[in-house]
Design a protein around this ligand. Sequence first.
Ligand code: ADP
Ligand code: MG
Length: 552
Amino acid sequence: MTEEKLSFQAEVAKLLDIVVHSLYSQKEIFLRELISNASDACDKLRYAALTEPALLAGDADLRIELVIDKDARTLTVRDNGVGMNREDLINNLGTIARSGTSEFVKALSGDQRKDVSLIGQFGVGFYSAYMVAGTVEVRSRKAGDEHGWRWVSDGKGEFTVTEVADVARGTSITLHLKDDEGEFLEPFRLRQVVKTYSDHIALPVVLKGAEGAEDETLNSASALWTRSKSDITDEQYTEFYHHIAHAFDAPWLTLHYRAEGAIEYTGLLFVPTEKPFDLFTPERKNQLKLYVNRVFISGDCEGLLPPYLRFVRGVVDSPDLPLNVSREMLQHNPMLAKIRSGLTKRILSELAKKAEGAADEYATFWATFGAVLKEGLHEDYERRDDITKLCRFASTQGDGLVSLAEYKARMKDGQDAIYFITGESVDALKNSPQVEGYLAKGVEVLLLTDDIDEFWVASVPSYDGTPLKSVGQGVADLSKIKGEEKAEDEAKKDEAPASALDSLIAALKAALGEAVKDVRTTDRLTSSPCCLVANDGEMSLHLERLLKAHKR
Ligand code: ADP
Ligand code: MG
């Protein structure tokens, strides 16, 4: 059969170069990555077989096998999952750089080098095989196809693809181990690695017995979320989180519960500690894995969770959803809408508990994901109040964060609005002329610096009956507020006779012409001579700048 030689995509080649030369010591994580891929492949096949049962024919017992050949110094990881055809092999293993490829390369070079164990997080886990193998050989046959394919590469710029006969359905990946990596030919070592990193995999991971010895299942092989909470250790939760989220931090929050009633489902949900790299991609997809009675349905089912909770990772399994509808149909299923509503309510209430009971921990969460959660303020009318209560803001008072309830509790006598200003940075805002008058009166101003702030303030007119008002907009009327103003400030106001001011304003208007709508006196300034403000109901200056920047 003819052999085709192809080059790795440039970014992939760079990545491989880094992986091959990595001095990272925990090389065993390659096995976690290959087993995770094998498990995904079996999930995909099971899903496809829902509508096309023939795909499973003759080999319905999905599993992952490890085969050691000490003489050849090879370790093979094989599965009887969905498999890959020629295009899949070429695209997935070499020529199409996945979105995480360059991020991974960046993370591993530069000053703050991260380690290779992060590889799975970036969607490029397969290549970790090159930490331990000189040459990797993949044989695969896609479910439903007659012919199989062989992919081989030493990771140095090129790979070959050849059509081959006699390949079982699924994929087998053979690693020709480097000289120092003999440990991965030892059953005890494989047992240990699988227990540590892959115990939660819901399919059996079987070590094939050498010369007449028995096969041995190395993992628990049951879906973690179906076990009872009391039987699961923190380590097991964390390991599971690492697997499904492709993450390596400890979960900030773990939530495992079973909902019964109108609809039944189990949720095992995690809020990460660290920000996932793709949090702000335009698709704003959630990354919950949806199962129906332990059959994997989708890794990003639209409609399962609102976009403003997309930082949540985990699994949802429900027996009440139909198994035999397409993913697209499922999005519009009324049962799914009920699950979404249940999940949303539960997550928000758990966050509220943290916000109440563990303010410091909550502040860390807020710094990481607050900007995402705030999208809900203008997207989820129904839950706006719940989300508003979860919001925390920097303000002109103190260095900490303040909630709207705290802000209200310390409002000045006569103050009838919650004041805020939007802009680039807390420091710049604290010193901006727009807030001077408020500071002088001791009136607190919230300092909003996330891009999203510009958008939600337009749709949240008030909190608990008190209007939210921008200090950078409209006319400032601070006269009713009994502040801490000193008497001399009062005196200063009267210094310039009205007629002198009138002629100054007339002169300024003449000079500025069309560039401004109006020129007027104000109480919002104490030491700066002037400042720019936007009209009520118009775009704020910061928003104008933001939109201009995005257009470029
Ligand atoms: P990720 O698993 O995050 O997608 P990987 O680098 O681990 O990234 O794998 C790349 C892709 O290669 C997978 O998305 C999948 O399409 C394909 N792949 C890898 N291993 C297998 C396998 N055992 N069976 C089928 N497809 C596989
Ligand atoms: Mg993978």
